[in-house]
Design a binder for this molecule. Structure first.
Ligand code: FES
Length: 103
């Protein structure tokens, strides 16, 4: 299911935007010309990843510093060991959508 997340204009390079949907919260990040969407919950202790720092294609959890690759959701720095779900995004007429069916 394709779900509207936000407009492209709402996204700032290097900052995550938290989008609260009915069943799930999503962190949306624009990196240059690409937009990534991951579930906005750290896999370590369930705090919002969107409050963390973005560096390139990496988001770092503000609580204990776990890092996740926004392209794959895989942890690239401890203490998290489990990935976070990532969602395919598309941009149509300046609006960002994500495919959430695998959630
Ligand atoms: S809650 Fe994110 S690293 Fe611990």
């Amino acid at each position: 299911m394709s779900v509207r997340l936000c407009t492209l204009a709402e996204l700032k390079d290097g900052e995550a935007l938290r989008v609260e949907l009915d069943d799930i919260d999503v962190a949306v990040v624009k990196v240059h010309d690409e937009v990534f969407a991951v579930e906005d919950v750290c896999s370590h202790a369930e705090v919002p990843l969107s409050q963390g720092e973005v560096s390139g294609c990496t988001i770092e959890c503000e609580l204990h510093g776990s890092r996740f690759d926004l392209r794959t959701g895989k942890p690239t720095g401890p203490p998290a060991t489990r990935p976070v779900p990532v969602f395919e995004t598309s941009v149509i007429d300046g609006v960002v959508y994500a495919e959430l069916e695998n959630k």
